[in-house]
Write a protein that binds this ligand. Sequence first.
Ligand code: MN
Ligand code: MN
Length: 465
Amino acid sequence: MSEHQKEYKNAWTTYKEEELKALYAYADRYKNFLSNNKTERECVRTMVKEAEAAGYRNLETLISENKKLAAGDKVYANYKDKSLILCCIGQKSIEDGVNLLGAHIDSPRLDLKPNPLYEDTEIALFKTHYYGGVKKYHWVAIPLAIHGVVAKKDGEVVNITIGEDENDPVVGISDLLIHLAKEQMEKKLGEAIAGEDLNICLGTIPLQGEEKNKVKANVLKLLYDKYGIIEEDLVSSELEIVPAGKARDYGLDRSMIIGYGQDDRVCSYASFEAQLEVKNPQRTTVTVLVDKEEIGSVGASSMHSKFFENTMAEILNLIGSYSSLKLRRMLARSKMLSSDVTAGYDPNHPTVLEKNNAAYFGKGVVFNKYTGSRGKSGSNEANAEYVAALRKLMEDYHIVWQTSELGRLDLGGGGTIAYILANYGMEVIDCGVAVHSMHAPWEVTSKADIYEMRKAYTAFLNSEL
Ligand code: MN
Ligand code: MN
């Protein structure tokens, strides 16, 4: 092939034994993270613990103790256990901008309604309200787990995880038997299972001595005995119904990973590890891991919230360099990888992607110059000069990369947090990995791709683009 033609490599063909070892070790760490962190709160709690062990200090503590920040210092800001910002102060002036990684830690799921618990024909159930883009038919007839918190009036917050330990029971949503499904099977796929049909089966044993709703009463007794919570406490809860079970190797050759919530914990975890790995960087490095991306990045814990900007202002202040103008300069001069997943070419569904501009398993970390739908609507389009600088960076660090669009034109589309940070004027590009079955309860990624992404993020944080 002529050197003038671009060849997108299969990363697997580039590895020697040592590198394969590092790749599989990374995949194992990531699988472990995925299995144990299925909600935004669980991600933040785990990451705060690991960040503190790596020398990161709580921004709130630094502020209250009137401490200063200097080059090499590490600090984190935790927004109510839902969003997390990590920062390592660089040698260069922070006014020159930061190298920013941003990903989201929320995933599509079923939330409980405020009044979730009811009984029907001596079966106790939870009403749910789906969160994010789900195909409802995915959620029936599979084992489900309950994760989250219940906040009590006395201020206590009870953590709940049911369905992950192998000795735990699981819960689930029944589907209609095929024998009686003639009418259902004639419905459109999007209408065959309605939102109000996604009710979680919890139990069938009546509580002795109870007058009415005996099975519901028995479920409440179980919840009270184990967690000390009563029915009204569920009003102030955030309980998330997620697929039960661990992430696993996928494929006979173990080249892939199947797990819940890889959109976008696959990028969040890589960003987090890369951020922790960086020591004494030239440019200040920042990783922001946000909630609520799947519902449009709205709300206090989302990327649209002022939490990010306020945190950066506090950090500038602790460096002794705060002014509104300096903050705005810093943001405008920053560089960002908006780290999120993209559609992987899937032989089962070949027509939805345009082959020359699709992302493929095994071909490395993916850059999406833009996302959006129709005529690039709603996208942030990265500047050509920035893309060129990133191409050079990938080449310098021998990172296998590819580029793609999110699907064939006129079929749909999607967006990420990229455009929100781009509003500051900083350089932003979408950068992540290809996924099969995105937004399904069990999503699939390639180990080679996640390993190349991990390397790309470290190279980026250490760079002076
Ligand atoms: Mn995503
Ligand atoms: Mn998503």
